[in-house]
Design a protein around this ligand. Structure first.
Ligand code: OGA
Ligand code: NI
Length: 336
């Protein structure tokens, strides 16, 4: 499994990256004038902010946030070390990711399931856990210079921001404010995606249509277009807003909210001119955690759509051994 960045400047797209016509970016056409709502977290009416978050969390499953409290310097420095990491040679990158004998720092190309993929995707990725910081940071890359310090500080800020957004969501949903302050958010991860310029953007994707298999994701997407959200049968481009974050509702939060929030499907398209690097902060539960609709949101007029399951079983059915039917059997309450 050779990293994409080792050979992608060869000039042609290998056959194994050519998606079947129905999965290519052109289908269906994207209306470019639309984008997803931008919410000001410093808006002076807290109730109004919560209302907006709940509304877009339901309608789009996605929103962008500004005035979120994370400094521009921290965002810029993080993007810089993220780009520098992917610009290193393949061997250097691999060496930087071997520091944990248990393999918690992962470097791969396309998707985690590369050997079993029917089609490959135009991206490389680095991912590692980030909380508690002092249990993980010693296994992170030491190069590029400053990686640990910069990404360490960033992950602390992003954790605070995640908690704040989850609290706003709890308040809006009618859950206790600390509903997620336990094993539901115990295992956050940083992921640094890299999508090099692609010779044939119309034939392949950086990421195929997916829902994030977690609680929420906070994405720093930089200034290059590429992320698209699926809504009402169309793909909506998430236009970059300088120093904003893109927040999306994960599949698990859709389930916990019993469908009040939407874990929207999304994908990443490539382009032939600019490399694109993005940094995701994923809020994940622990493997043993039990997931299911929150009791406070279920009653006679809102019956549970989903049934409780162990997060580890969801991981198996959604990406270790992807199987749509097995996943639906696991999460949906039978209607029979
Ligand atoms: C993801 C994701 C979007 C992007 O990592 O799950 O959807 O623009 N990333 O990199
Ligand atoms: Ni995603």
């Amino acid at each position: 499994m050779e990293l994409l960045s080792n050979w992608c400047s060869n000039g042609s797209l290998p056959e194994s990256y050519v998606l079947p016509p129905e999965a290519r970016p052109g289908n269906p056409i994207v209306p470019l004038e639309k984008s997803i709502p931008v919410i000001d977290l410093q808006g002076n009416d807290r109730k109004e902010t919560i209302r907006q978050i709940l509304k877009t969390g339901k309608e789009f499953g996605f929103f962008q946030i500004i005035n979120h409290g994370v400094s521009k310097d921290s965002m810029d420095e993080t993007m810089k070390v993220a780009e520098e990491f992917h610009a290193m040679s393949g061997l250097d990158k691999e060496r930087e990711c071997l520091k944990d004998p248990n393999g918690s720092c992962k470097l791969y190309t396309s998707s985690y399931a590369y050997p079993r993929e029917e089609f490959h995707l135009w991206r490389d990725a680095l991912t590692h856990p980030c909380r508690p910081l002092d249990q993980h940071i010693q296994f992170w890359p030491e190069n590029p210079t400053g990686y640990r310090e910069v990404v360490g500080e960033y992950s602390v800020e992003l954790w605070k921001l995640s908690c704040r957004i989850l609290e706003l969501l709890c308040e809006g949903l009618g859950l206790s404010i600390n509903y997620f302050s336990n094993e539901l958010s115990e295992a956050p991860k940083i992921m640094i995606n890299h999508y090099p310029p692609c010779p044939e953007p119309s034939l392949t994707l950086g990421l195929r249509k997916h829902r994030d298999p977690n609680i929420i994701t906070i994405l720093h997407q930089g200034q290059i277009n590429g992320l698209q959200v699926f809504k009402d049968g169309l793909w909506i481009a998430v236009q970059p807003v300088p120093h904003a974050f893109v927040v999306n509702i994960g599949y698990l939060l859709q389930i916990i909210s019993n469908g009040k929030l939407n874990g929207a499907e999304h994908r990443v398209v490539t382009n032939s001119r600019d490399a694109r690097t993005t940094v995701s902060f994923f809020v994940y539960p622990s493997d043993e955690c039990l997931i299911g609709p929150a009791k406070a949101l279920v009653n006679a007029s809102n019956p549970a759509i989903y049934k409780p399951f162990k997060y580890a079983d969801f991981v198996i059915a959604s990406y270790v051994n992807p199987d749509k039917e097995a996943l639906e059997d696991l999460i949906y309450k039978s209607t029979a």
